[in-house]
Design a protein around this ligand. Structure first.
Ligand SMILES: [Zn+2]
Length: 96
């Protein structure tokens, strides 16, 4: 009979790390990691400057009026988002 307490006796810390990485790689989504208590705080603090830079860059690529993504810096996504846009007035053709 195998003594359960000896089952992992030969496992080294490196073994644990190797299998931990493999498990996370194969089974865990990054979004799930952020839900583990304490992880969000650690990653958020560690990558704080990268996140701020990323956010700042993203602001340049959104429509200033509605926030939709645009192809060019400072552009509006559609004519109606321009501040000087006016609804087209209906033109009635007069038939003679
Ligand atoms: Zn827009």
């Amino acid at each position: 009979m195998v003594d359960e307490s000896d089952k992992y006796a030969t496992m080294t810390n490196d073994d644990f790390v190797e299998h931990l990485i493999a498990h996370i790689d194969e089974h865990v989504q990054l979004k799930e990691l952020l839900q583990i208590p304490g992880i969000y705080e650690i990653l958020g603090e560690y990558y704080n400057n990268d996140v701020l830079e990323r956010w700042s860059t993203a602001q340049h690529w959104t429509c200033p009026t509605c926030g939709a993504y645009v192809d060019d810096y400072g552009k509006f996504c559609q004519p109606s988002c321009r501040p000087d846009y006016h609804e087209p007035t209906a033109v009635h053709e007069v038939k003679i």
